[in-house]
Design a protein around this ligand. Sequence first.
Ligand code: KG4
Ligand code: ZN
Length: 339
Amino acid sequence: ADEPLVLGIETSCDETGVGIVRGHTLLADAIASSVDEHARFGGVVPEVASRAHLEAMVPTIQRALKDAGIKASDLDGVAVTAGPGLAGALLVGVAAAKAYAYALGKPLYGVNHLASHICVDQLEHGALPEPTMALLVSGGHSSLLLAPDITSDVRPLGATIDDAAGEAFDKVARVLGLGFPGGPAIDRQARDGDPAAIAFPRGLTGGRDPLYDFSFSGLKTAVARWVEARQRAGEDVPVADVAASFQEAVVDVLTRKAVRACKDNGVDHLMIGGGVAANSRLRALAAQRCEDRGITLRVPRPKLCTDNGAMVAALGAEMVARGRAPSALDLPADSSLPV
Ligand code: KG4
Ligand code: ZN
């Protein structure tokens, strides 16, 4: 049988993404981002994101179809992020997907944003082994997920109890005057810094702390206090050392807990996704710790780690391939959709 040809729409945050895949093959990954419009606010503004999605939706669908070189009538389904995410932003994508699926007479597949962050790796490394362990780290989420079945059974083992990892990068970057989004800037600065220069706290790593949950708010505050103390004393802030030490504290905890979760659950594959998976130190330390423990690490290329439409199409194609039931045309957008 031919592999399913699916178009996926992603609008849970500030990227309008439309991807097209055939099975595990990526055919198009069109993106329109409103990140520049949010930069002057230092974070994503929901109303601005919704309006930008509305303006970008039709042109982005058209660009994806053109890039893929396919006819919309050949699609086997239209997939869309049903949640979690920003309510108004999700609504734009869900309404567009419904209208498009209905007009084409194709089945609609509402998918979970976190599950599609995992499934996207099939476009990079082929079929995901099951169960797979996933560490998802972005500006909106930081979770450890165990996925016995990517289309129907994804279990949260732990999550952040306060800030997401990417949020911590963004806030610390602001303290250091590095701009938004902060992750890439800190990653760059850290290359010239000493990760052992300052001993910043590792959240929730004490003996009685929850094994798989994360906390980055205390770390963020510790960095801000350290920088303020320097400034008050009239001393220069060693930006590269602060960036490297902060980054090390984040990725040390992320990789330690992810590897621990694999071992505890007898899983020998770890995938890392979400925008923070682009972080060079996270990739290096995860590779090292996985190799030490015989775990195969799968990290998609950075463009597939951040929010995009291809990941939605990838999960939609998997649902078609496994004969999962499509969604009804009254599919709701659910900002707090659980996995
Ligand atoms: O997945 P994503 O594009 O959007 C969501 O938040 O859902 O992730 C964006 C986040 C931002 O917080 C950004 O600072 C962070 O990913 N990020 C990074 C890097 N590149 C992006 N964080 C650390 N190092 C990076 N190289
Ligand atoms: Zn995301």
